[in-house]
Design a protein around this ligand. Structure first.
Ligand SMILES: [Zn+2]
Length: 282
């Protein structure tokens, strides 16, 4: 590995000398390519010029801060911060807000059971070597479920969002599709009144409250064009704008809206269309 690194760093250094570019200019230009090899080159270069620790920090937004200013201060990218914190509009951050900062352009992945460095690397389309390089201090060869792994250079979160069942137990009392001459845009999960409802994946609460025939409903936005909806709730314990983790309690099953018996009406929206949740549930 180290032999492989020496050549590109040499080339990079020669390029800097030849063109007269200063280091920050190089960093900014190359950032756009998001190449894992570049990350390795840059890391090796940074180690020679003064080590830069790759870290995941909590930061409280100060008065006058902008996301781009924070990104510049920590040597990371606006895209990295926006995706890490599920910030849809980078102009909308407020003083006192706590955000997570990855001090390097990349992504942070929460490990699911059965995942390996290789499978995560494939998911993000990066070189597994680059993931191992930056996580070597915190991560052994064995990955724990729920552990966070830094993916250097990855700007895109995976296109597919992995969903978990929003309720435990119960049975599917109505499937997605035509039903009595009407199209049923979700699945009904028959569970007792007051049964807890959980977030099928991490995301941001897009809306929370009464919505016509849906009754009391929570809508979550998971990014990458994925949303989930939880209808006919009796109680809701999250509010719009709140960030939730996968498996977090959203509320409980009720009888609100157009419903004849206690059940959760669960919808999955992908790129604006409601799809069969059974296609994406495990
Ligand atoms: Zn339904």
């Amino acid at each position: 590995m180290s032999r492989m690194l020496k050549m590109p760093v040499g080339v990079l250094a020669m390029l800097i000398l030849a063109t007269g570019f200063s280091f920050p200019v190089m960093a900014r230009e190359q950032e756009q390519y998001q190449s894992p090899l570049y990350i390795l080159q840059l890391q090796s270069f940074a180690e020679r010029t003064g080590p830069k620790k790759i870290d995941l920090l909590s930061y409280t937004v100060q008065s006058g801060d902008s996301l781009s200013a924070i990104a510049r201060r920590f040597g990371t990218g606006v895209e990295t911060l926006a995706r890490l914190n599920n910030i849809v509009n980078p102009h909308l951050i407020y003083t006192g807000q706590t955000i997570q900062v990855l001090t390097f352009p990349g992504a942070v992945h929460r490990v699911e059971s059965g995942e390996t460095m290789d499978s995560i690397a494939r998911l993000y389309g990066v070189d597994p070597g680059s993931i191992i390089t930056v996580n070597r201090e915190s991560t052994g060869s064995l990955l724990q479920r729920g552990e966070r792994v830094i993916i250097p250079g990855a700007s895109n979160i995976p296109e597919t969002v992995r969903l978990e069942w929003p309720v435990t137990g119960g049975r599917i009392s109505s499937r997605f599709g035509w039903r009595d001459g009407k199209f049923h845009h979700g699945i009904d999960l028959a569970v007792p009144l007051g049964h807890p409802v959980y977030a099928a994946a991490g995301g941001v609460v897009a809306s929370s409250g009464y919505q016509g025939s849906y009754g009391l409903m929570v809508e979550l936005d998971h990014g990458s064009g994925w949303q989930t909806r939880y209808a006919h709730a009796g109680k809701i314990c999250v509010s719009a704008g709140q960030q939730v983790a996968g498996g977090q309690l959203l509320g409980e099953v009720g009888l609100t809206g157009n419903t004849t018996g206690a059940h959760l009406h669960f919808e999955v929206v992908h790129l604006g269309s409601r799809i069969d949740p059974l296609q994406v549930l495990p």
